[in-house]
Design a protein. Structure first.
Length: 279
């Protein structure tokens, strides 16, 4: 990062005005892989309707930053510095909400900056892979995927990505919603997504399983009831985090904010509004 100013994670978005009184500091939303600041859809609208100042951001290689391929932008250290830069001018108790890849990054931020956040919401996220061998295997798999992206292009990759079993539950969504998600994914670039896989993929990030007992930020672990893998991960995380609760949303898979946006907004909004002593 030497000589390189932190990026504007908001992609130039102004902080939105909200219809009601803002009840605390800003909440930054960190999307998942292949997503963008625009990926939160009705869930974002519902959360803003609760009177919260909510700022969705674009992570490196996504959305307004889709053309970014400088490897320095895709390191964990650079990304955490950008989040800190985005929060540094804010008053009040800031919060982070992260989905999948964004959740892994949000948890890394809470670990590196103890006491900085008032709230942390982890949607379908994990503390990483526990062993060096697992991380090495995942890095190799992500490198293969990145090379495929660069070779075959974004459309072929999105075809493969949307066919993953992880997203099976999304096939029951209305066609208009599925088409909108696909359109937004296709606005990304092969080079940017490949760089994100190499720099911010699961295998590239350090495991936080061993340090979870030291992360004292009040945390909501939010998962879909149909996402068996992440329900189990969520239970294990909550057992280790000192100030965490698990919320399982019925009839939802991996992307709760997409599949059950109003239930997602109620769960997140209720958690952010509760006084710290009550958690």
């Amino acid at each position: 990062m030497a000589g390189r100013p932190p990026a504007d994670l908001t992609g130039g978005l102004d902080h939105p005005s909200t219809p009601g009184e803002v009840v605390s500091g800003p909440t930054l939303l960190l999307h998942g892989f292949t997503g963008s600041a625009a990926a939160w859809g009705p869930a974002l609208t519902s959360l803003r309707g609760l009177g919260r100042e909510v700022v969705p951001v674009d992570l490196p290689g996504h959305g307004a930053r889709a053309d970014e391929i400088d490897a320095r932008a895709f390191s964990l250290e650079s990304t955490l510095e950008e989040i800190e830069h985005s929060l540094s001018a804010e008053k009040g108790s800031a919060s982070l909400v992260g989905y999948s890849m964004g959740g892994r990054i949000a948890l890394q931020y809470a670990h590196r900056h103890p006491g900085r956040l008032g709230h942390l919401v982890l949607e379908s996220a994990s503390p990483g892979l526990a062993t060096a061998e697992q991380r090495a295997e995942r890095r190799a798999a992500d490198e293969e995927l990145a090379a495929e992206l660069e070779r075959d292009g974004i459309e072929a990759f999105v075809d493969r990505w949307e066919a993953l079993p992880l997203f099976t539950t999304q096939r029951g969504l209305p066609a208009a919603i599925r088409d909108d998600v696909r359109t937004r994914r296709l606005l990304n670039r092969a080079g940017g997504l490949a760089a994100a896989l190499r720099g911010l993929g699961t295998g590239a990030l350090p495991s936080l399983w061993d340090v979870l007992p030291r992360i004292r930020t009040p945390t909501l672990v939010l998962v879909g009831g149909l996402d068996d893998k992440f329900v189990e991960i969520g239970r294990r995380m909550v057992a280790l985090l000192p100030q965490a609760s698990l919320h399982v949303v019925p009839d939802a898979g991996h992307a709760v904010h997409l599949e059950r946006p109003q239930a997602w907004a109620r769960a997140v909004g209720d958690f952010l509004e509760r006084p710290k002593e009550a958690r």
